[in-house]
Design a protein around this ligand. Structure first.
Ligand code: PBG
Length: 313
């Protein structure tokens, strides 16, 4: 009876697995603050993509961890940069079974760790960054990325990237806009995962956690600018924003269950303080219930296995 009247179903196709790929390592490197998650090597990446595809997961989102960083994030626009190489590897491994997506942001590639380039006073230069994003988008498209994840929170980034793609005839490449991305403490473990060099914070371009209307406004602007999917991030602490965006949007709405959300459950479970499996399922179900059409989650493959086995009790 409960199954028959359930309002929120889970489907592996509505899960996206974030994957980290590190340059210059021979074997996967564990991430201390994200137990069970690794930085992949180029060699271990194909199997991870194949496992996700076999589990029925809808897509993978790739993040690169380069060996060398500089002020303008040159590695992001280098066809031989780690993220672009990894994209080619993932596209081959996926063989069309899932959607290969890429993080389009400079923070992994800049030595100062910001999501954009800086002006001569050390402030993030929004419009100069858009030029970098345009170039980055074209390289990612050439590498075979099918969905570009614009996570940098620069104003006008969706319009700029859409224009750059269309100008080169790449109308086939879609845009996932991290529209309502909040300046959050829950990104902490991710910054370990990508070995972030950030000093200071991102509050001048990411949203203030107290602002609900602004999250909706950012999503509506991105839809106007040509986004194909809009996203709310983090997920668990922003379910009201997610519900607002889901109610207003005519395009798919996704949510990112971020590294800190993952780490909290894993840490509590490791202490025996929480039922890990039930907490994982409930956390993702809650995000779907609030209105997410799909969820980026580090548990994507494991959760997909439970769903397929009908093991969600
Ligand atoms: C920026 C980016 C971040 C995350 C995804 N893309 C970090 C940030 O804005 O600091 C965080 C994801 C997570 O915490 O799981 N490229």
């Amino acid at each position: 009876m409960r199954r028959l009247v359930s309002e929120t179903r889970l489907d592996p196709a509505e899960l996206v697995l974030p994957l980290f790929v590190r340059e210059g390592v021979a074997a996967p490197v564990p991430i201390a603050s994200m137990p069970g998650v690794v930085q992949h090597s180029l060699e271990s990446l194909p199997q991870a993509v194949a496992d996700a595809a076999a589990a029925g997961v809808g897509g993978v989102m790739l993040f690169g961890v380069p060996e060398v960083r500089d002020a303008r994030g040159s590695g992001a626009t280098d066809p031989d940069g780690i993220l672009n190489v990894a994209t080619r590897v993932a596209v081959e491994a996926s063989a069309g079974r899932l959607v290969v997506q890429t993080d389009l942001c400079l923070d992994e590639f800049t030595d100062h760790g910001h999501c954009g380039v800086l002006d001569d006073r050390g402030r993030v230069d929004n419009d100069a960054t858009l030029e970098r994003y345009r170039a980055m988008a074209l390289e990612q498209a050439r590498a075979g990325s099918e969905l570009l994840g614009l996570s940098g929170m620069m104003d006008g980034q969706v319009a700029a990237v859409r224009d750059a793609l269309d100008d080169q005839g790449r109308t086939d490449v879609a845009i996932l806009a991290y529209s309502a991305k909040y300046a959050s403490a829950f990104y902490g473990p991710f910054r370990d995962a990508v070995e972030s060099t950030l000093e200071g914070d991102r509050r001048s371009y990411q949203l203030d956690p107290g602002n609900r209307r602004e999250g909706l406004r950012e999503a509506l602007i991105d839809i106007e600018e040509g986004a194909d999917v809009v996203m709310v991030k983090p997920a668990g602490s922003y379910l009201d924003v997610l519900a607002d965006v889901a109610a207003a949007s005519e395009i798919p709405v996704w949510a990112y269950q971020v590294s800190g959300e993952y780490a909290m459950v894993e840490a509590a479970a490791a202490h025996g303080w929480i039922d890990r499996k039930r907490a994982v399922i409930e956390s993702v179900r809650g995000i779907r219930r609030a209105g997410a059409d799909a969820v980026l989650t580090y548990w994507a493959v494991e959760l997909a296995g439970w769903i397929r086995n009908g093991d969600l009790a």
